[in-house]
Design a protein around this ligand. Structure first.
Ligand SMILES: [Zn+2]
Length: 474
């Protein structure tokens, strides 16, 4: 019954995903993408709650009166500078300097909405009671939209949350991510003629450079899974003959646990103070938000993995494989990635098919959780409600996210196929949970154990949006 509903609704949601691909909007400015999604969900009979948490581009779409609240997570923001013609294996911007869906979020929202709409059809036919709520989450790319939604209590009554991400493999995302804090350091010095009166100048750019040197030495003395990176967002001007009176550097500071991140932030702050002292400048700390690490949930991963096993192999057509091969030939050689990808082709594929350009099998899952090195605001959601996510193959093996190749594949037949598989996986997982409340109970008990008495700490700025940087930070 579910398969038929997914298949029947798929064309409508593929069309929405394609329209959003054609309307790439950056974080907190996804107005047209949100309007497209709201229209699609209203047409399916969902009740729309606009402007969640006071954010213009956050909304929810809900169906059902009682029963457990099943949250489905959607995203739809794009990235700057990644404009690319669809279906081309050569880098060709559609609009020079324009935005592009380099993280597949056009598919992400489309797949989660398709799952929600199909679930509702099944619930209507069976009379099973549950509330299905799709969350339109803005600004995953550097704006941490879900952090605002979690802080406003938008997930407080959800029983579980289910999501997915477009990718290069099929399987549950049985992993944590790194907690991250974004922090800008703004230095102020004194301008002077750099040749005629250098002794009167105090260079804010010098302070930024010395701070970065200090941070680079710090790297040797932090745990191995810490990630520390920066961008100079204001170099103080373009005239070498003017001592730079202002300069600013934006840091991303990441570690597996939030308390480790806070320790690191204190050490980086000290480095900034030292740089200010050395250069006779002043420094101001500007918090730019952040995201919690994902708390994975083994109970939910087992349920979702079982659903994926039953769905079986994801077959791509000859034409889809050919395009994937073309994309792969545009990528730098990635022997290790290929070897890993081949190792992940599991029981669903006969041996020898591990060299396919698209993952058609299923990544094994043995209950163990791994530590990823990226970050996502799904982490914030995972601190208040048990979350499970899958990946499906929407891109050729080896395609990095945030690349033009990901944009080029973003509305291809293979991407649609992966999106529909993700929807079937999420809806199948939800149905199994609704039918077995004890699984939800077990997932919530595991969630409490992983939290281990710790409170959720919101990292986003206190003002509604606060200062944030647009795009491409993850
Ligand atoms: Zn993404």
């Amino acid at each position: 019954m579910l398969d038929a509903e997914i298949a029947g609704l798929a064309p409508a949601f593929k069309a929405v995903a394609d329209k959003i691909w054609s309307t790439p909007e950056l974080c907190f400015a996804e107005h047209r993408s949100v309007a497209l999604q709201i229209d699609a969900m209203a047409a399916q009979g969902f009740r729309i709650a606009p402007r969640l948490a006071g954010l213009d581009t956050a909304f929810s779409a809900e169906w059902g009166e009682d029963g457990p609240v099943i949250a489905l997570l959607g995203e739809f923001d794009a990235l700057p500078g990644l404009s690319q013609i669809a279906g081309s294996a050569q880098q060709q911007p559609l609009e020079p300097g324009g935005n592009g869906h380099g993280c597949g979020h056009n598919l992400l929202g489309g797949g989660s909405m398709l799952a929600a709409a199909a679930l509702v059809r099944v619930l209507k036919q069976t009379g099973i009671r549950a509330r299905i709520r799709y969350y339109g989450c803005p600004a995953e790319e550097g704006g941490w939209g879900k952090g605002y939604m979690v802080r406003a209590g938008a997930f407080d009554d959800a029983a579980v949350a289910i999501g997915w991400h477009p990718g290069v493999f099929n399987g549950v995302r049985a992993r944590s991510t790194l907690a991250v804090v974004n922090r800008a350091y703004r230095f102020r010095g004194t301008a002077a003629h750099a040749a005629m009166a250098p002794h009167l100048g105090r260079s804010a750019l010098d302070a930024v450079e010395l701070m970065n040197i200090g941070a680079n030495f710090l790297r040797e003395h932090v745990p191995p899974d810490v990630r520390l990176h920066y961008a100079i967002t204001d170099a103080g001007g373009v005239a070498p003959a003017v001592v730079q009176a202002r300069a600013e550097v934006l840091y991303m500071i990441r570690a597996p646990e939030l308390d480790e991140v806070h320790d690191l932030v204190a050490r980086v702050d000290d480095i900034a103070r030292g740089a200010a002292l050395m250069t006779g400048t002043e420094v101001e700390f500007l918090p730019q938000g952040g995201a919690s690490n994902v708390l994975p949930n083994a109970v939910l991963c087992h349920v979702m993995h079982g659903v994926m096993q039953r769905l079986g192999r994801l077959d791509f057509t000859y034409g889809e494989r050919i395009f994937a091969e073309e994309i792969r030939s545009s990528l730098p050689a990635q022997g290790s990635v290929d070897r890993r990808a081949r190792a992940e082709q599991d029981v669903l594929l006969p041996s020898g098919e591990g060299r396919l350009p698209l993952h058609e099998g299923l990544r094994p899952f043995d209950g163990r959780m791994t530590q990823g090195s990226g970050s996502t605001d799904v982490g914030d959601v995972s601190w208040v409600v048990p979350v499970v996510e899958c990946s499906t193959a929407t891109w050729a093996v080896g395609t990095p996210s945030h690349s033009w190749q990901a944009v080029a594949q973003g509305c291809s037949p293979a991407a649609h196929r992966g999106m529909v598989r993700a929807a079937a996986t999420m809806a199948g997982t939800a149905l199994e949970l609704i039918a077995n409340p004890s699984l939800i109970q077990q997932a919530r008990e595991e969630h409490q154990e992983r939290r281990d008495g710790r409170m959720y700490v919101s990292l986003v700025p206190a003002d509604t949006l606060g200062p944030f940087r647009s795009g491409g930070d993850l």
